[in-house]
Ligand binder design. Structure first.
Ligand SMILES: Nc1ncnc2c1ncn2[C@@H]1O[C@H](COP(=O)(O)OP(=O)(O)O)[C@@H](O)[C@H]1O
Ligand SMILES: [Mg+2]
Length: 275
């Protein structure tokens, strides 16, 4: 290439429209006979922040787990067009998962907990120190490296969980209702943290929530799911000229975004006969 590379070409969140993961007509039936997903197709592009929104039981967690390789599909496929995949069909090391519970090891310090995914790759604490400390700094916990989980608030524990997910520098961050158990103010702070991390790193995020307000605040794109069986009901972009911050929360644009999302969600929840 002889043309000078523009710094903008690689700027985070300059959506590449390069498919990162493609769910193609995925169905999932559990051994109990429950059809959790039926013919679900979804392409998530590199750099997007996508919310999966839908009523409880519509298959959000199942879809996320399948993307993470934590469950098989009954029909259909998951493809990673731009990644090198391992023998399990997954882009090795490129996916991290954050669950609703922070799932920290109580007997380990914050540092030890964030070290875990690197330890599993054979990287010692001393070799990983700089990376772990840098990641803790990005979630505002640099001063808490030696603290134990029991000494932390719920929001701080969730920050540790996010740091643990980011320390391997994944391409894709899967978050399953990560802030549902937190109080509103803490939740808003963590929403802002996640947005900042997304902007800084250019990571792709698939964020599961059942909150209209949270999905409208965070995402560039919202996928509304319908239940019994789980499938995509609506898939639309959410653009805003404003930066998503405290002022956005009280803006007319945000109010309209919430209304649009809310209408779609009500539609998805309103009976099986409509299309
Ligand atoms: N391991 C499982 N075995 C049997 N049924 C399951 C299992 N996991 C989820 N389900 C069922 O699949 C459907 C979708 O569940 P889930 O993906 O957890 O929905 P959501 O995350 O949207 O609340 C629900 O009816 C749920 O009861
Ligand atoms: Mg769930």
């Amino acid at each position: 290439m002889t043309s000078p590379a523009s710094p903008l070409q690689t700027a985070p969140n300059d959506f590449h429209k390069r498919p990162l993961v493609v769910m193609q007509s995925v169905s999932k039936m559990f051994s109990s006979g429950t059809v959790a997903l039926s013919d679900m197709s979804l392409t998530v592009n590199s750099g997007e922040f996508v919310s999966l929104l839908g009523p409880s039981g519509c298959g959000k967690s199942t879809a996320l787990r399948i993307i993470a390789g934590l469950g098989d599909v009954s029909a259909g496929s998951i493809d990673w067009p731009s990644s090198r995949i391992n023998s399990r069909g997954l882009p090795e090391g490129d996916i991290s998962f954050v669950f609703q519970e922070p799932t920290l090891m109580p007997w380990q310090t914050v540092f030890g907990n964030v070290h875990l995914p690197l330890k599993l790759r054979g990287i010692s604490k001393s070799a990983a120190r700089a990376e772990i400390m840098a990641t803790l700094a990005t979630v505002g916990l640099a001063d808490f490296a030696e603290a134990y989980p029991r000494e932390l608030s719920g929001g701080m524990k969730m920050r540790v969980s996010i740091a643990r997910a980011l320390v391997t520098k994944p391409k894709l961050l899967l978050m399953d209702e990560p802030f549902a158990a937190l109080d509103e103010i803490t939740r808003q702070k963590l929403n802002d943290d996640v947005l900042r991390l997304w902007k800084e790193t250019g990571i792709t995020v698939i964020f599961v929530t059942h909150s209209v307000f949270e999905s409208a605040y965070l995402s560039n794109r919202i996928v509304v799911m319908k239940a019994r069986p789980g499938r995509v009901h609506a898939d639309f972009p959410l653009h805003t000229s404003l930066s998503r911050d405290a002022r956005y929360r009280t803006s007319e644009e945000y109010r309209q975004a919430c209304e649009t999302v809310s209408t779609m969600l009500l539609e998805a929840m309103g009976g099986e006969e409509e299309h």
